[in-house]
Ligand binder design. Structure first.
Ligand SMILES: [Zn+2]
Length: 319
């Protein structure tokens, strides 16, 4: 883990169900519903309110990133976290980075910089059992004005052989059909392409391309996201000039190559912003660009960031 914090991005996303959502708690509740929605308890005497756990959100954003990266960037060799080194190797599936990086064959453990450098782009960003990852996402909670947005629905199990409805597998479930839930995503010490990946995820949330929870192939789970904040912050000495028409990745912010090399950071880590340039404000020790304050700036940033991510993935080589 880099022992400095040189940049970070903080995004606030407002999520709402584009289709009914079901994240089952796994614990039957007093209502007698077979698949009750997961609840959180925030205050004493609270009867619980539905929420989207950060771990579930992180899981779906990770698998969405994996699928897109494997499609666009086969040379980046994105691993499969469900495929372990003891399984038989195939060309199509790549063993989880966490397995071989946490227990190297030589017996001598890798230092954290080597683990980062040798991890695939998705493990570098989301983490693995060998490294922490740079992206964190919090639980999504309902806004204060929302009345309880849960509804009861009948579910029908699918017969595995006929593909039709199974008469014995009727059940009742609780789905979330309306309301807005807010979550916060934080990305620390990002490389330029990691900010691009975050931009891609934000855009796909806006375009209803991400689903969460149960029965996502049966008309449940599609999310719609709206960005209410997208701040990029830099922590650099006050004497250092920063070009506000560019995004600066961790590699370009570190002092010398002895800090960059072990992690595999590039010295040209960053990209130019297309469209309207944002303003760079000083807040205490941070210099901040608030991209979501102006829709034209935000669109220009998302376009540049996603295009840059695709370029970096296309030229990715395993080191
Ligand atoms: Zn990996």
């Amino acid at each position: 883990m880099l022992r400095k914090l040189v940049n970070h991005a903080e995004v606030v996303v407002v999520l709402e169900p584009a289709e009914p959502l079901l994240i089952a708690s796994g614990i039957p509740n007093a209502s007698g519903i077979d698949l009750p929605f997961v609840l959180t308890y925030r205050g004493a005497g609270d009867r619980g309110e539905p929420y989207l756990p950060g771990s579930s959100l992180k899981g779906v954003l990770r698998s969405h990133s994996e699928r897109i990266s494997r499609t666009l960037a086969p040379d980046a060799r994105v691993c499969d976290p469900h495929f372990h080194k003891t399984d038989q190797q195939t060309h199509e599936r790549i063993a989880f980075c966490g397995d071989w990086l946490s227990k190297p064959r030589s017996g001598e453990p890798f230092d954290s910089a080597t683990v980062y450098r040798r991890s695939c782009p998705i493990c570098r960003t989301f983490g693995s059992t060998a490294c922490r990852g740079r992206l964190a996402i919090g639980d999504a909670h309902l806004g204060d004005s929302n009345a309880c947005p849960l509804e009861r629905r009948d579910g029908v199990g699918i017969d595995r052989f006929s593909g039709g409805a199974s008469r014995r597998a009727k059940f009742e479930m609780q789905v979330l059909t309306r309301g807005t839930l807010q979550t916060r995503i934080r990305l620390e010490n990002f490389e330029d392409w990691q900010l691009g990946l975050l931009a891609l995820l934000c855009r796909d949330l806006e375009d209803e391309q991400v689903s969460i929870g149960h029965a996502t192939t049966r008309g449940l789970g599609r999310l719609r996201g709206t960005l209410s904040r997208f701040d990029v912050s830099y922590i650099v000495p006050p004497s250092r000039q920063l070009d506000h028409t560019r995004v600066h990745g961790v590699g370009s912010l570190l002092g010398d190559s002895s800090e960059r090399g072990p992690y595999g950071y590039r010295d040209d880590d960053g990209f130019a912003l297309d469209g309207a340039p944002p303003t760079l404000n000083t807040r205490g020790i941070r210099r901040v660009i608030s991209l979501a304050d102006d829709p034209r700036v935000l669109r220009g940033f998302l376009d540049s960031a996603v295009a840059h991510w695709a370029r970096r993935m296309d030229e990715w080589r395993v080191s």
